[in-house]
Design a protein around this ligand. Structure first.
Ligand code: NAP
Length: 283
């Protein structure tokens, strides 16, 4: 039976460390790390994420601002807010909650965020820095996965790592981080042939596709580490991952549950990035 990698516990551990570091930072500098979160429109899931981010900031002692803009906000107004936050010395990290309403251009907004305040690490400059292995911030979800592995004493070095999913925010950076950690990495997607056979090769299998309970026992090697990034709502409203937990747990050596695995780590890594951004500034 697999060890359950407890994302809640590991996340709480890291947040306690961030809280301590924040107190030391405040004593030394006389001000707090500051995060601004911008949300446009009334998407209920996004509103929950933003509320959780604000609460997490308060928990570790950050300064935070939340901008809740109406659905009909124009590109010009949103750009102007980002420019204002870029210039605001109290703000060290800026996060624009995605997705934006359809009439707004996400790329245009993300390109405007000062890369030194880009705590989501979505700006092409930061993406490029991650590629060459010389970065300040890592995208929050893949960074959360790496922290889970590290704190569970699972070293990807020399191991066969299979990442299922190739999105810009999870799959691709995940593959890059495993590569930096000396894993031998294969990336799969919807056009991959013999997906189950490729997955069965994995010593570490990371799944980020957004299909409820998609990965079954036939896709997992005995003793593999299985990391489930998926977050899917079942018809009964319950949250479930991309991995069929009940079927895979008896085969794997370690596995993340959903909820309580990767999910809690994402905001924790956002806090870490904000602290890093603040440390790099002298205001
Ligand atoms: P996305 O942008 O929709 O990308 C999904 C990826 O999965 C694509 O690369 C797609 O392949 C691949 N895929 C879809 N169906 C597949 C199949 N049947 N076989 C193989 N590959 C398949 O999704 P995302 O933003 O990366 O998110 C993935 C999941 O992670 C979602 O459930 C999301 O809610 C969750 N998530 C969780 C967190 C967290 O904090 N825990 C954070 C972010 C995302 P193609 O490229 O070929 O289309």
């Amino acid at each position: 039976m697999a060890i359950r990698i407890d994302g809640k516990r590991i996340s709480a551990e890291i947040r306690a460390e961030i809280k301590e570091e924040t107190a030391a930072f405040a004593r030394e500098r006389g001000y707090l790390p500051g995060l601004a979160v911008v949300i446009v429109g009334e998407d209920p899931a996004s509103q929950v994420y933003v509320r959780n981010k604000k609460r997490a900031c308060e928990e570790v002692g950050f300064y935070s601002e939340v901008y809740e803009l109406p659905e009909q906000t124009t590109q010009k107004e949103l750009n102007a807010l980002v420019e204002r936050l870029n210039a605001d010395q109290k703000i060290h990290g800026i996060l624009v909650q995605l997705p934006l309403p359809k009439h707004l251009d996400e790329n245009e907004v993300l390109l405007r965020i000062d890369p030194s305040k880009d705590v989501d690490a979505f700006h092409p400059l930061n993406v490029g820095k991650i590629m060459i292995g010389d970065y300040d911030f890592l995208p929050c979800t893949p960074a959360g996965v790496m922290a889970l592995l590290e704190r569970s004493c699972i070293d990807p070095a020399g191991k066969k790592c299979v990442v299922v999913g190739r999105s810009n925010i999870v799959g691709k950076p995940m593959a890059m981080l495993l590569l930096h950690a000396n894993g031998t990495v294969t990336v799969c997607h919807s056009k991959t042939r013999e997906l189950a056979a490729v997955c069965r090769e994995a010593d570490i299998l990371v799944v980020a596709i957004g299909r409820a309970d998609f990965v079954g026992a036939d896709m997992v090697k005995e003793g593999a580490v299985v990391i489930d990034v998926g977050m899917n709502r079942r018809a009964d409203g319950k949250l479930t991952g991309d991995v069929d937990f009940a079927a895979v747990e008896p085969i794997a050596s370690a596995i993340t549950p959903v909820p309580g695995g990767v999910g809690p780590m994402t905001i924790t890594m956002l806090l870490k990035n904000t602290l890093t951004a603040a440390k790099k500034k002298n205001h």
